[in-house]
Design a protein around this ligand. Structure first.
Ligand code: NDP
Ligand code: ZN
Length: 358
């Protein structure tokens, strides 16, 4: 089969590989729609998780099952499914402890385009099919379904980690597709004012659509100073980091109140340390909690998030600014993600012929 792969750090190309094999609990799926991710960009061009050779890229997609293992109960060939970016081993001790995304080892639930071939192949392998796949529900457009693989679960995980409560004032740093879903997640969790940080005009528009009340540009001075000015010097209750770099934590710590929480979902592609300012962190005693987490993945979570879309509480359409017809456009879509033209939020590649659009 054909796949679009990372050949080495900074190098991509089309390769031929054996079709993956199906274990007793697994499924083999062919993509019906796909999306590239900023994480693929960190992985290939920053070498952020180390070198990978001839590894098929991609971890965002929806698909059609072509084969299931003999122990799979709820799925059969022909079923169209949502596929999460993170596919934990549900029988691992880490999953039993509530951290399936780290099954086996830290980040071990992130298998596609990390430990094994990703979804940018003519076929891909899904471990623990019953625990990781979900039927595409009525009311979810299969073309937009790849947004449920990673963008929705990750952005919402930012809101979970920041522990957003009714009435909280929340700062969301970064309003690419992940940050936009952090805004939407914070909004659904009952945030009051939401300060969204970013500059690309259509991201700013989308942030307002998803619930941002104030827009801050990181290009016009320090984020924390702008937040403090807007909150009578008090700061916000919660911060979600979905963009920036290792220095962004300094801004987050300065902008959050004592007792506040900072949830990071940004993939830090470079730099050795994150910076925590000693005084603003209450000289070690400010109760300013910082957490960072890979999105949990798995079936139950994806089914629940898909329900928000199916019943109309979450609209995925504003996230997708570019659509391509045909598997071969995966390459172009990934490069779009790398180059981030001003009008881009997220591209989708439609693979199934019956879904292709004019
Ligand atoms: P984008 O590049 O589309 O968005 C990044 C955002 O951060 C933009 O709004 C950008 O502003 C803003 N930004 C850039 N530089 C700064 C800065 N110095 N200070 C503050 N804000 C800044 O990325 P995505 O939304 O696609 O992804 C965000 C991150 O999430 C990536 O690192 C990605 O790899 C990661 N990720 C993490 C996952 C997880 O499980 N934890 C899963 C998936 C993705 P501007 O409008 O000016 O461009
Ligand atoms: Zn992703």
């Amino acid at each position: 089969m054909k796949g679009f792969a990372m050949l080495g750090i900074g190098k991509t190309g089309w390769i031929e590989k054996e079709k993956p094999e199906c274990g007793p609990l697994d499924a083999i799926v062919k993509p019906i729609s796909l999306a590239p991710c900023t994480s693929d960009v960190h992985t290939v061009w920053e070498g952020a998780i180390g070198d990978r050779h001839n590894m098929i890229l991609g971890h965002e997609g929806a698909g059609e099952i072509v084969e299931v293992g003999e122990l799979v109960k709820d799925f059969k060939p022909g079923d169209r499914v949502l596929v999460p970016a993170i596919t934990p081993d549900w029988n691992s001790l880490e999953a039993q402890a509530g951290f399936g995304m780290h099954s086996g080892e830290m980040l071990g639930g992130w298998k596609f385009s990390n430990y094994k071939d990703g979804v940018f192949g003519e076929f891909f392998h899904v471990n623990d099919a019953d625990g990781n796949l979900a039927h595409i529900p009525e009311g979810v457009d299969p073309v937009l379904a790849p947004m449920l693989s990673d963008m929705v679960p990750t952005g919402f995980h930012g809101a979970e980690q920041a522990d957003v409560q009714f009435g909280d004032e929340v700062l969301v740093i970064g309003i690419g597709p992940v940050g936009l879903m952090a805004v939407a997640g914070a909004n659904l969790k009952g945030a009051s004012r939401i300060f969204a940080v970013g500059t690309r005009p259509n991201c700013v528009e989308a942030a307002k659509f998803y619930g941002a009340t104030n827009i801050i540009s990181y290009k016009e001075g320090s984020i924390s100073e702008q937040v403090l000015a807007l909150t009578d010097g008090k700061g916000v209750d919660k911060v979600i980091i979905a963009g920036g770099n290792v220095d962004t934590f300094e801004e987050a710590v300065k902008a959050v109140k004592p007792g506040g929480k900072i949830g990071n979902v940004n993939y830090l592609g470079s730099g050795d340390y994150i910076k925590v300012p000693r005084e603003d962190w209450g000289v070690g005693m400010g109760h300013k909690v910082i957490s960072g987490g890979l999105t949990p993945g798995g079936r139950l979570r994806m089914e629940k998030l898909a329900k928000l879309v199916a019943i109309g509480k979450l609209d995925l359409a504003p996230l997708v600014t570019h659509k391509f017809n045909g598997f071969e456009h995966v390459e172009e879509a990934l490069y779009l993600m790398k180059d981030k033209p001003k009008d881009l939020i997220k591209p989708v590649v439609i693979v199934a012929e019956d879904l292709m659009e004019e």
